[in-house]
Design a protein around this ligand. Sequence first.
Ligand code: NAI
Length: 333
Amino acid sequence: MKIAVFSARSYDRAALTRAASQVPAAQVAFEFFEVHLESRTAVLAEGFDAVCAFVNDSLDATVLERLHGLGLRVVALRCAGYNNVDLGAAARLGLTVVRVPAYSPEAVAEHTVALILALNRKIYRAYNRVREGNFALDGLVGFDLHGKTVGLIGTGKIGAAVARILGPGFGCRLVACDPVPNEVCATLGVKYVRLPELFGQADVISLHSPLLPETLHLINRDALAQMKPGVMLINTSRGALIDTPAVIDALKTGQVGYLGLDVYEEETALFFEDRSSTVIPDDVFARLLTFPNVVVTGHQAFLTREALDRIAQTTLENLVGFFATGRCQNQVS
Ligand code: NAI
């Protein structure tokens, strides 16, 4: 089984190689390409049995048609989300797309809480001050999370893991909005409410719903106006859940008091590369970075050793299963 791995980084290489060494029967041969999968680079998949792609690879109709033309039958996503795949085109071409539906919800949940704490207790500012010998505490006042109301939009695997940390752990009051309420969350005391109620009650709002047509720009000007002044907004889900220019305006007026992002709508053109020697051409993103109460990480919430190993193992199981039976339980098309 020859697999072309796109957008491959050192940590992907290590985890996939480790996983392959534990499945000797599979006789897997990986070739790692650092480049993104896109129409220009799809040709690199020639001679391979499968491609392995990540969140920022493009799997639009053109790319899928090229892969199909090269004789490929399967695309293995080493991520949960598949909003970057044209599923209609995949179905039309008879291309199977498999994914890793769950690897470590805790990894993303813990990063979510890390953003909340970093912003609240201003850890990033304190770190820089102390390194410069500045031990003044002015401007570093935080708030007790204990007793505060946290609003979770989406209480699937990750939202529920956040609820477990913030409810029993920190003593937060939890309200949530999800068309499919989660029984585990109900046992944690999470109160399901309608979105306007959540906006009106929450001191911290954390997004954990997938990107769907109905969740695109869920956090828009109208939603922001319904929130408590000074609300903390956290997004570790998908960038396009937020209308970023609207949030920038809300940061300017203080309506949003803290913003923590691991994802950004236009992240494909920015994230996962070292751009420290180049000018950032995205003015909206550049404006975000000017606020003292904004912390951005570059889509790293999933990045733990445990999650990477789980992703690699499931990706391999998906491909072994597909080539053995022509089907796979983690198929999205
Ligand atoms: P999940 O499928 O277990 O849960 C998603 C939940 O959102 C479900 O309970 C669903 O009913 C709910 N939902 C759907 N539409 C909704 C709406 N309109 N309003 C409120 N809730 C809605 O997914 P999981 O594993 O919890 O992941 C959540 C999201 O986190 C993923 O879709 C993905 O975009 C993102 N993610 C981010 C990562 C990162 O590294 N930053 C890594 C992994 C996932």
